[in-house]
Design a protein around this ligand. Structure first.
Ligand code: PGA
Length: 248
């Protein structure tokens, strides 16, 4: 695992955006696995800015997103489709039909999840998968549990995830209790993984993912089995790795 130690959130964001832009430059028709949340927001701002300066084009890029809340329509301002439109897709030249976010309103989740996996397989899997990480170590919405789930699936969100995401909703009760998440098969099938983290509240999840036991109790730990992971994190998120002498 290659680790970039960055000073703060902005430096982490810039570094992540440089790596994503580099992927697109190297392979203009790449498949990007995209993430939502506070972590990638800054990187998307850089990419939008560089697109405006004509430094990067998404014209031939395809994207698949990690997850979506069950029950939220695409135009709900907390849906992940809405997040992707407002933070990236509406501001770059990606072809709308080339973007996929799980359908939170599907009436047949099992069939939808199977089709999502089939679509990812049909693309030859993702070239670069961007990941944030939850305080509990989740990646996508693969929550801590007794086993790693391979397929795209419906997840019951952990109470700690609902707590963490309540800040975006009018009240905790408004946070959806379920999501559709890409499974570990698609994540581990990505040719490269770009894991990003910022803030001390992520330090334990990062430490456990990088050097704890590989266990579904910390879903991010599965990344130790992936041969091409780049971790971009600020010093706060890396503080436990720094304290343990794992990185200088
Ligand atoms: P965040 O969420 O980027 O909003 O911290 C990350 C995650 O929960 O995966």
């Amino acid at each position: 695992m290659r680790i970039f130690r960055e000073k703060d959130y902005d430096a982490m964001s810039r570094r992540a955006a440089v790596i994503i832009a580099g992927e697109i430059t190297h392979n203009p028709a790449c498949v990007l696995g995209l993430a939502t949340g506070s972590t990638p927001e800054g990187a998307y701002k850089y990419l939008v800015d560089w697109h405006r300066q004509k430094l990067v084009s998404f014209r031939n890029v395809r994207s698949v997103n990690l997850d979506e809340y069950v029950g939220l329509a695409p135009d709900h301002d907390q849906s992940y489709r809405y997040f992707m439109q407002s933070n990236l897709f509406d501001h770059v030249d990606i072809i709308p039909e080339h973007t996929q976010v799980p359908d939170g309103l599907t009436q047949d989740p099992k069939a939808f999840c199977d089709e999502y996996d089939a679509y990812i397989r049909s693309l030859g899997y993702v070239d670069m998968q961007l990941l944030g990480i939850g305080r509990n170590g989740h990646i996508g919405f693969n929550e801590p549990g007794d086993c790693f789930v391979k397929e795209t699936h419906v997840v019951d969100l952990a109470e700690s995830t609902i707590d963490a995401n309540a800040r975006f909703f009018a009240s905790r009760d408004d946070v959806p209790k379920q999501a559709i998440s890409m499974g570990m098969g698609a994540i581990m099938g990505a040719k490269k993984v770009l894991l990003c983290a910022s803030g001390e509240e992520k330090a334990e999840a990062i430490y456990n993912s990088v050097c704890g036991p590989i266990t579904p109790k910390c879903p991010g730990s599965i990344l130790q089995l992936h041969k091409n992971v780049v971790l971009v994190a600020d010093e706060a998120a890396l503080c436990k790795l720094i304290a343990a002498g794992v990185i200088a």
